[in-house]
Design a protein. Structure first.
Length: 281
């Protein structure tokens, strides 16, 4: 088994660092870098990571500003279990414990090569019955669905549920930069929190969360509208690669929301991928 810290910034590929000792995050040349804590001055350290049997001990040093978000809580120190993730300074930190990968046998490699060749032959022939997707389906609105009421009718239980939903929404909002489907999930959680604050008789809290929900819905809707516009422009100008990227973004934003538009996006994705493969062959 070996331990890994995976660091990912929005729109970038994750960076993986093996955890073998206590590490510190420092600024080098205007960029953050992880290095052994013993090798850098303590006053320049922004974050400490130390692997243990139970997880990674994460700590913001006393002289460093800021906090990190873990399970909806803003903290300066916590033991993060293996498999857990934290959000810090617009980055997602995931702590993994993995088995060392075995080298694939020659037989497995040959089988994989044969499968790739068969796939290439099928693509070259073209998918039976496939045709360009032209007629666009009307896109649904991406907005928070009204919450009919809190599942808990007891005021004390409703208040507890509201706090938990709001905390979970905070995590989903941080994850939105990495998992677009969490935008709609955060909206649903905020709607639940507002309804439960109402049931608990906390009118001010309900008003606060409703305002938060409106602002968040606006942000997600703007991202959704921008992706739809990029898709339309790319299709009009025949730019298949850009159109495919917009389709994939829209499908992630609408994940878990079935309907004619999602079905149309899936058909368009297949059509664009076939065109892209033929263009590259």
């Amino acid at each position: 088994m070996f331990r890994v810290l995976e660091i990912q910034e929005p729109e970038k590929s994750p960076e993986r660092i093996e955890l073998t000792c206590r590490l510190a995050c420092v600024l080098r040349g205007g960029r953050r870098a992880m290095m052994p804590a013993k090798d850098c001055p303590s006053e320049s350290q922004l974050l400490h990571v130390e692997p243990t049997d139970d997880g990674a001990l994460l700590e913001v040093p006393e002289n460093a500003p800021g906090m990190f978000l873990f399970n909806g809580l803003t903290l300066r120190t916590a033991l993060i279990p293996w498999g857990g993730e934290v959000f810090w300074e617009q980055s997602r930190l995931t702590f993994l414990q993995e088995a060392k990968a075995k080298k694939p046998s020659a037989l497995v490699l040959l089988a994989a090569l044969a499968a790739l060749l068969a796939l290439g032959f099928a693509v070259a022939k073209g998918a039976p019955g496939s045709s360009p997707v032209t007629a666009e389906v009307e896109a649904p609105t991406l907005a928070a669905k009204p919450q009919p009421g809190c599942p808990d009718t007891d005021p004390a239980m409703a208040q507890r549920r509201a706090r938990e939903a709001e905390r979970a929404a905070r995590v989903k909002r941080e994850q939105f930069a990495f998992e677009l489907a969490d935008g709609a999930r955060a909206m649903a959680l905020l709607a639940e929190a507002a309804a439960c604050y109402g049931t608990a008789g906390l009118a001010d809290e309900r008003t606060r969360v409703e305002a938060d929900l409106d602002a968040w819905s606006q942000r997600v809707s703007e991202r959704y509208s921008a992706a739809r516009l990029r898709l339309q422009v790319a299709r009009d100008q025949g730019r298949a690669t850009e159109a495919l990227a917009a389709v994939r973004e829209l499908r992630r934003l609408l994940h878990g929301s079935p309907g004619p538009y999602v079905d149309w996006l899936e058909s368009l994705r297949r059509d664009l991928e076939i065109k892209q493969r033929k263009a590259g062959s």
